[in-house]
Design a protein around this ligand. Structure first.
Ligand code: 3PG
Ligand code: MG
Length: 418
């Protein structure tokens, strides 16, 4: 890697500002916030242990949710400190602020190997604004900067970018953590020259979210398999009726040009040949955003490319699963981003689960390298209990997608060159 990593540092006795992505899902249980998925915490342990063994004095910074400058109590990092202490098997100090005298006193009192977690940096508006004065305040407690927050590396915020610039200007080193290094290796280097056949599986709601990735991967992939609601925008582009399916009617030209490019580049581009459809019925219940909750009635498999007027497509059907699984079984490199349907509902999870199984089998039985591009596909894989059967699962959501698009991530760019 062209950037400095924690392996290149000697941090003995130094104050190390470590940016981590502890934006973990939480659930309110009684008067407590409980962490429902600790993957992002676990994935930082190797970096933290390495720095602690070297005798670094660690000051951890992170965001949680989007409190937009307010001290939103449900977005406190305090429960994360407790869980982290548990996983590290040592004391983790927590301070209810991320800048100021109290933070400085605690940071300066840290012994070698000691660890302090700061409160949510987004309790300050200046974080997302990448305010230089705020970055200076964060940098006040640090000699060295380590970024292990791959999931937030697409944000040019004070704790992911600004503070690194301040420390570098002072002559301090700025290095990637081990998680950051792994993410860049698998989502970057490994896909630069993939072993062939290289099969890309793309799903999710919107073509517009994935079009840059499609465009880039059409240069390298042998096959692209499409599922999820985005498949229906392709259907619409081909002149079929899509009923009540989620489509982006203004993106049919984008879909058509992707198909044309695939043909020109000789890339196999597969769309679903059957679907699971159901009829949406609005209920009295409201969701978190205040919209009526939809109940899906009469789910059934349909191999009619025209969706019935009163129904929506919610999953890929069995014939599609079969053909996708055959392609996946021959792959040597697999990249998967986005579920094949509304997998949170068991009735529409079969397609996503079958793809997860096919990816796991290709990895375990045929030695394929499988890379899961984060977000919902990771959730789906874990739901199918196949998380440990693939080569790599990204901890990023938006960051993975932007990186796969070929973007330079500000949190990476700010690190010292080797
Ligand atoms: C994520 O969960 O995707 C990252 O932590 C970034 O969060 P954000 O989208 O609120 O910046
Ligand atoms: Mg996000």
């Amino acid at each position: 890697m062209a950037k400095l990593t924690v392996r290149d540092l000697n941090v003995h006795g130094k104050r190390v500002f470590v940016r981590v992505d502890y934006n973990v899902p939480l659930e309110e249980q009684g008067d407590q916030m409980v962490i429902t998925d600790e993957t992002r915490i676990k994935e930082t342990l190797a970096t933290l242990r390495l720095l602690m063994e070297q005798g670094g004095r660690l000051i951890l910074a992170a965001h949680l949710g989007r409190p937009k400058g307010k001290r939103e109590p449900t977005m406190s990092l305090r429960p994360v400190a407790a869980r982290l202490a548990d996983r590290l098997g040592c004391n983790v100090n927590f301070v209810d602020d991320c800048i100021g005298e109290k933070v400085e006193a605690l940071a300066n009192a840290l012994p070698p190997g000691g660890i302090l977690l700061l409160e949510n940096v987004r309790y300050y508006d200046e974080e997302a604004a990448n305010d230089p004065v705020f970055a200076e305040k964060l940098a006040k407690v640090a000699d060295v900067y380590v970024n292990d927050a791959f999931g937030a590396a697409h944000r040019a915020h004070a704790s992911t970018e600004g503070v690194a610039r301040v420390i570098a200007r002072r002559g301090g080193k700025c290095a990637a953590g081990l998680l950051m290094e792994r993410e860049l290796k698998f989502l970057g280097d490994e896909l630069e020259k993939p072993a062939h056949p290289f099969v890309v599986i793309l799903g999710g709601a919107k073509v517009s979210d994935k079009i840059k990735v499609i465009d880039r991967l059409l240069e390298k992939a042998d096959s692209i398999l499409v599922g999820g609601a985005m498949a229906y925008t392709f259907r619409l582009a081909q002149g079929f009726k899509t009923g009540k399916s989620l489509v982006e009617a203004d993106k049919t030209d984008v879909a058509r040009s992707a198909l044309a490019k695939a043909e020109a580049k000789n890339v196999q581009f597969l769309l679903p040949v059957d679907d699971v459809v159901a009829v949406p019925v609005k209920t009295e219940k409201l969701d978190k955003k205040g919209k009526p909750v939809i109940e899906w009635q009469s789910p059934r498999t349909s191999s009619d490319m025209n969706c019935p007027d009163d129904a929506a497509g919610l999953d890929i059907g069995p014939a599609t699963v079969k053909s996708y699984a055959e392609v996946i079984a021959k792959a040597k490199t697999i990249l998967w981003n986005g579920p094949m349907g509304l997998f949170e509902d068991r009735r529409f999870a079969a397609g996503t689960n079958a793809v997860a199984q096919a990816v796991a089998d290709a990895t375990q039985q045929h030695g394929a390298k499988s890379i899961i591009g984060g977000g919902d596909s990771v959730k789906a894989l874990n739901q199918a209990r196949l998380g440990d059967k693939v080569t790599f699962m990204s901890t990023g959501g938006g960051a993975s997608l932007e990186f796969l698009e070929g973007a330079v991530l500000p949190g990476v760019a700010a690190l010292s060159d080797k």
